[in-house]
Design a protein around this ligand. Sequence first.
Ligand code: SF4
Length: 442
Amino acid sequence: MHKSFFIKTYGCQMNNYDSEKINDLLVLNGFEKTDDIENTDIAILNTCHIRERASEKLYSDLGRLSIYKKNREKLGKKLSIVVMGCVAQAEGEEIINRNNSVDYVVGPQNIQVIPTLLKKKDFGKVHIDFLSEEKFKSLTFSQSNKISRLITVQEGCDKFCSFCVVPYTRGAEFSRPLEDIYAEINDAVEKGCAEVTLLGQNVSSYESSIYEGKEKKVELGNLCNTIAKIPNLKRIRYLTSHPNDINNNLIDEHANNKKMMPFLHLPIQSGSDKILKVMNRKHTKREYIELTKKIKLAVPQMAFSSDFIVGYPGETEEDFENTVSLVNEVKFASSYSFAYSPRPGTPASIQIDFNSEEVKKKRLNYLQKILNIHQNNFNKELLDKEVEVLITDFGKKEDQYVGRTPHLQPVHVFSSKNLIGRILNIKIERLTSFSFHGKILN
Ligand code: SF4
């Protein structure tokens, strides 16, 4: 009988990609996926270190798993517990010291060892070396036939923003070779995929090379240009970008390549130059605004989303007002905003955080109100208009389908025909707080 495995994924899309890869590797190695966490043979927790209290969440899940493990032992059965992801990388052996029901700790660059760990005894319990190259070489193509797929093209980060754990948990920047990415996307398209999102912690710094008579540098723009040649690939997106890495090559690709979606997630975090400096972001508010203007000049339909940290150590009312004025100037189509909380191991975590939780909450509420106004205004512009929607999934209701506009807005339509994978012209008739509802025109 095949051994069953259960995966719980916390956090970002890179973790979703890694979980999908582990899923495929385990299936290929004869294991069977289950959603029944209490009765599984193997439980894998793919952890995230970005959000506050990430490790507390992990230890509370581990507490529950140790009970299941004991229950299974009473029945003469085993439960192997694997902790992978960024908390595994950051805490290593400490995880086993704190909860001895954990069998293996595996960092994000070591996930390829998991099938071997589960099959061989004495292969070591803690695997947290930075082995990006080996990781990607040993991963197989996914069996997924999803219309919209995430493809990791780059991992790690050399930017060292003072609030961020990524350079410590995912290591130095590593870009996958162009041929490997092309082959993976080509395979995904053959299985029905129509849209890819190229993932990287700092995807805009993607850099590899190809040999065409001589060594040629390949940047993110070149990568997008190459994969756009795959005939049935219809849409290309990427995330997450750093403003300092958005170069003319990429902007030109957006302007000239119709498969590039006009939507860019471009985190800024704060609109205060003083705070940007202590965050080690290495750009100013004005430079960011000028960059968005330059992109819009080349690609008029471009819309931006961003990330904001409110109440960063040292943020004054004036600094916060600078963030609000930036938001009012750029008018983001959507955004993620959080009150600052320290991440252990980052330089920011040892700075004095003198803003009270109350002040942070007040500023965050105010900022979110402004961000929502701009998001609503942006969305309202689509009412009564015709827009191209890629249908990716079934909706919750009968004969309902869900798709995304080029700006990633979710659209619901009804049809008695199967629309999955099609790009349709849809007239937007109604807007609710979370999505659009429309009528199919073609
Ligand atoms: S660029 Fe992004 S991933 Fe890199 S350190 Fe800064 S916030 Fe973290």
